[in-house]
Write a protein that binds this ligand. Sequence first.
Ligand SMILES: [Zn+2]
Length: 384
Amino acid sequence: MSVSFEPSNEKERVRQGLLKVGTKRSTGEIQVETPGCLMYSRRGATPHLTPDMARLLPNRGIQISLSHMFDDMPPPSINFEPGLHKYLNLEDYLMFIDTLDPSPELEQTLLNGEKYISVNTYGGIRKVTPQDFIKTINAYKPDIAAAMADIVADKIPTAKRARKSVDRTLKWLDEIIAEKKENISLFGVLVGSQHERERQRCAEELVKRDMDGYVLDARGLNVEEEEEQERLLRVSLDCLPKDKPRVGYGFSAPDGVLRGISLGIDLFDSAFPYITTEKGHALTFEFGSQEDKNAGQLVYDLWDPKNKSDQGPFLEGCQCFACQNHTRSYTHHLLNTHEMLGPVLLMVHNFHHYLRFFKEIRDSIRDDSFEQKRADFLHKYYNK
Ligand SMILES: [Zn+2]
């Protein structure tokens, strides 16, 4: 298996490109356009959607979090010899495995040690060592794995703690590089908290190891001012080679996606449309369109009693199955009666809409209108 990345349009830091993963599976090479997103999953399944419904979405990249598999340690699925693609019937997907959940459902713990990280699972906290990690990814055989890292969840880590996090991350990474199966591409995780020197050291050391790609996690960066946050994130990104893909966490809300793209992130997690669905909301924002069908609102609330007699779709003009076939009134009724179909319809719409957002962004980078459309979007939906 091999990962290749071609950024074809690059201006300032903004890039549009194609990530290709060669596989030995019958489905052959898999391509994911960037900027794009990896489908959020729980235990390898897209929440609320059956696999055939998920397949109707134009996306063949999926993210799987080991925290969802580790409630049983070791997970029984590691005994399935063909690997996780076959186990989950996802052979035609680019499978990206990471340790933590990108949504806030399973929060990070503060309890990492010299030889392990603490992972919050649905069954409680589990200690995971580099050996556990290596054994699991070698059994699962994903296309890409993000290396296990010491991500600091403290609000304000000291310089000493940040240094330790970089040291541990690099030490574990070397063990993983030495023992992982050859055909698993490995992405390095950029750590260093708000300490510039440590961020730079981590990035430089990862580059020396010639990683197949990089992961930037903005979630633990407790810096209030946006400008300072971006400066620190750039310290990590500036060291990286341009022909390697970058995955960003903590950017999945629409303004975060635009911010991440401006920094040079290629792939995003899709926790946002999932969380939106859980709230009973439908995404309604428009990128690059003069039309405003929902009065500057990012989302539309299906719990609101005003939906009782509303025979319109979630969003006028949307081509998704839910909007083409069902009304706001019906979904409001489904939510109130706790019918499973309510979140199913919302999930279909929200992922359709979110993927369309990425397509519109890619088109805008191609025709050089990204900056203008980004400014219009932030003005309209975030009063910036
Ligand atoms: Zn729709």
